[in-house]
Design a binder for this molecule. Structure first.
Ligand code: V07
Length: 254
C-alpha cells in the first residue's frame, strides 16, 4: 500500500508531508459534481456537452480514488430536484449511466471495483435502472473500491423514509420509543452498512449541501473548489486529500 502511494503521489511530493500523508487516507469521499453546465457555457457548448465531459471526470477520479486506497467513493449524479430541469436535459442525463457503463464497466471489473447505487429507484426509466442493476450484479463479488452513485437521491426523502419505517415499528410494537438512537436511524438510511463520508468535495464554487447526505455529513470535512467538474483531475483529488490530512494533523496536535 505504501509503495503504491509513493509510486502514484511521487515520493518527493509526499515526503514533506510526513507519514501522515500516506496514513490517514479518507476511507469515504463524497463528491457533489457541480459546474457541468457552466463549463459548457463558457465554451459556447450545449449543457449536454458538459454532462458528457463530466462523465470523463468520473472515470479519472474513480481510478485515482482506487489508487490512493480510498474505500468508498460516493458521487452525486442526479438529485430528486433534477427532475425539474427541461425534459430534453433529463432524458439526456438518464442515458448517461448506461453510456458510462458500456464504456467503463469492463475496466471497473478488471480493477475489482464494486458499483452501487443509492437513491429512489421507482422513478428511473427502465433502461437506466436495468443498466445500473446489471453493473451492480456483475461487480457484487468485487472487493475493491465501492463506487456508489447517488442517482435520484435526496437527503430529506431518505430521512423521511427512515423516520416512517421507525414510526411503523414503534406503532406495531417491534421497537420501543426509548430505543431509537443514531444507530437505529443510520441503519434505515440508504447508506446502511457504509461508513459516513470523511471528506465532502463540491466543485464549481457553490458552498451548499443541496440536500446531499445531510445526516451522514454531520462530522465530515468539507472541501470546496472553484474548478468546474469537467476540469477536475487526479491532482485536485490529491489536493483535497492533502488538505484533509493537514486538518487531521492539526486536530491531532490539540
Ligand atoms: C452523470 C456525469 C457526471 C457529472 C454529473 C452530471 C452528469 C456517471 C453516471 C452514472 C450513474 C450510475 C451508474 C453509472 C454511471 C451518471 C448521471 C449523470 C445521471 F451506475 N455520470 N453521470 N449518471 N453525469
Amino acid at each position: 500500500m505504501i509503495e503504491r502511494l509513493w509510486a502514484k503521489f511521487g515520493k518527493s511530493s509526499l515526503q514533506p508531508e510526513g507519514p501522515d500523508a500516506i496514513e490517514n487516507v479518507p476511507e469515504h469521499v463524497a463528491i457533489i459534481m457541480d459546474g457541468n453546465g457552466r463549463w459548457a457555457k463558457t465554451r459556447g457548448l450545449p449543457r449536454m456537452a458538459g454532462h458528457h465531459s463530466g462523465m470523463k471526470a468520473v472515470k479519472r477520479v474513480t481510478m485515482e480514488a482506487d489508487r490512493l486506497g480510498i474505500k468508498y467513493l460516493t458521487l452525486y449524479a442526479f438529485s430528486t430536484e433534477n427532475w425539474k430541469r427541461p425534459k430534453a436535459e433529463v432524458d439526456f442525463l438518464m442515458k448517461l449511466p448506461q453510456q458510462f457503463l458500456e464504456i467503463e464497466l469492463e475496466e471497473l471489473i478488471a480493477n475489482n471495483v464494486q458499483v452501487r447505487m443509492m437513491g429512489h429507484k421507482e422513478d428511473l426509466p427502465s433502461y437506466t435502472l436495468s443498466a445500473v442493476e446489471e453493473a451492480i450484479a456483475k461487480t457484487s463479488d468485487n472487493t475493491g473500491l465501492v463506487l456508489n452513485f447517488a442517482l435520484n437521491y435526496g437527503s430529506r426523502k431518505e430521512m423521511l423514509g427512515a423516520v416512517k419505517s421507525i414510526a411503523a415499528d414503534v406503532r406495531d410494537g417491534r421497537l420501543a420509543l426509548e430505543d431509537i438512537d443514531d444507530t437505529i436511524m443510520a441503519d434505515r438510511l440508504l447508506t446502511s452498512g457504509i461508513p459516513d463520508p470523511d471528506l465532502l468535495i463540491r466543485t464549481s464554487g457553490e458552498l451548499r449541501l443541496s440536500n446531499f447526505m445531510m445526516w451522514q455529513l454531520a462530522y465530515s470535512e468539507l472541501w470546496f473548489t472553484d474548478v468546474y467538474w469537467p476540469e477536475f483531475t487526479e491532482t485536485h483529488l490529491q489536493q483535497a486529500i492533502l488538505e484533509y490530512q493537514r486538518r487531521a494533523r492539526r486536530y491531532g496536535g490539540l
